[in-house]
Design a protein. Structure first.
Length: 441
């Protein structure tokens, strides 16, 4: 009997040394930044008696930021858990796109084209566009598109009713099991669209928020800083929320909802009032809160690439920020009424701390940057250095998640502008809360 000797090929591991070196460098920078931050906090701790309130605030904010960064590390695990708990395969429900629009003759064509180009069975797609009292040639563009796409439904309103009414009309008309809400100047990469629908195979999922980036990022300085903020807002902040299946705002530019979850709360959402007046903005954040209130899970996914147009001048940008702050104030009050009953952990360690920081920040910044230097003669060197180091650690996460993204440096500029200007907008928003004007671009 002859014995065969099997010659096994030696096992080899291919290492990507440039990538390893890059990640090791970022890790080292993170450690150095953290050590420097600890040193600065130690220095301010020595001077605790001079300004205890500012010291406690800065420690609180630093811990909160680090908790969000830490939570974002578990985002992939949470997303895979959602997919693993799905029931069976071959899930391809009927999908309805809902797109309210007003005066979007330049961008609505691409938005609708991309919907019908989605990598999904064409017979299972429909697009509903609500022309909300446009005064330009939007209806003319839509009429031409109707000839091309049989499954395009156009609702043409002669007078403007507002985005919330447009969304309401779309949800009511939608035949799909899943409703995809798009802003009229936004679209989803057709090749990644299927990843927006897959999570709904898990019956616990009530809504899914896609990852969005500006299409006009390179237009100017203002669009570039927004690009940096968008990436941080989605891939770090929303990812952190998604780790606990509780995203607090499904972005209006690209989100999907299970229709059976939304329909029972649709009328309550439409008729929301604050201080006796109808709420005319914050539609997406408010609808997300209603889904959370019904104890459904909401996730974010970066496996869906969506694109939107961001404001390209200071006036438009500040109007947008004012509108967002108003919606955050109103929705924050609404959500605080139930969140501790439905999601106690998120309420205590995320939502209420975030709410507190939002309102405290402008006063603390004013104290550090204006009051203390003028009245006490204390220059805010440690406060500014601390802000730079915290931003640096966020940037390191940014670079780890997206090494090819070129806008990371603008996070430093965003942080500086937030200290100097943006953080005060919430005060102005509170003062002007009864002005329900939309503040369009």
């Amino acid at each position: 009997m002859t014995t065969k000797i099997l010659k096994l090929k030696p096992y080899s591991i291919k290492l990507d040394f440039p990538k390893i070196a890059y990640q090791a460098s970022l890790f080292s920078l993170g450690v150095v930044s953290l050590l420097l931050l600890i040193l600065i906090k130690s220095k301010t701790a020595v001077e605790f008696q001079n300004d205890p309130l500012l010291f406690i605030y800065s420690i609180f904010v630093t811990i909160f930021v680090f908790s969000r960064l830490f939570s974002s590390l578990f985002y992939r695990y949470s997303l895979s858990k959602v997919n693993n708990e799905a029931y069976g395969g071959g899930y391809e429900p009927l999908v309805s796109f809902v797109i309210p629009c007003k005066n979007e003759e330049k961008s609505i064509h691409e938005t609708i084209e991309k919907c019908f180009e989605a990598d999904y069975p064409k017979e299972k797609l429909e697009v509903i566009v609500i022309n909300d009292g446009s005064t330009d040639n939007t209806i003319g563009v839509l009429s031409k598109l109707k000839k091309k796409f049989e499954k395009l439904t156009i609702v043409n309103w002669k007078t403007n009713k507002g985005k919330r009414h447009g969304m309401y009309e779309g949800f009511k008309k939608a035949k799909g099991e899943i409703v995809v809400q798009l802003d009229s100047d936004s679209y989803i990469d057709p090749n990644t669209f299927i990843n927006l629908i897959k999570p709904f195979q898990n019956q616990k999922i009530g809504a899914v928020c896609a990852h969005a980036d500006p299409t006009n990022a390179d237009e100017n300085f203002i669009t570039k800083i927004q690009s940096a903020y968008y990436f941080m807002s989605f891939r770090i902040l929303k990812a952190a929320e998604s780790s606990y299946f509780s995203v607090f705002c499904c972005s209006g530019c690209s989100s999907a909802y299970r229709k059976s979850v939304v329909l029972p709360v649709l009328d309550d959402w439409l008729n929301e009032k604050f201080l006796g007046k109808p709420v005319t903005w914050g539609d997406d954040r408010a609808l997300t809160s209603w889904v959370l209130k019904k104890e459904h899970k909401i996730i974010y996914t970066d496996r869906v690439n969506a694109f939107t147009i961001v404001p390209n001048n200071a006036r438009q940008f500040l109007k947008q920020q004012l509108r967002w702050k108003k919606s955050w104030i109103i929705n924050g009050i609404f959500t605080s009424r139930f969140i501790y009953k439905k999601h106690l952990f998120m309420a205590l360690f995320y939502f209420f701390p975030l709410l507190l920081i939002s309102f405290l920040t402008p006063f603390m910044v004013f104290k550090a940057m204006v009051y203390s230097p003028i009245i006490k003669g204390i220059f805010p060197i440690y406060y500014l250095l601390g802000s730079v180091l915290v931003t640096s650690i966020i940037v390191i996460f940014y670079r780890l998640y997206a090494p090819k993204n070129k806008y990371w440096f603008y996070l430093y500029i965003w942080s500086f502008l937030n200290i100097m200007i943006f953080c005060y907008i919430i005060i102005y928003a509170a003062i002007r809360i009864q002005d329900r004007g939309w503040g369009t671009r």
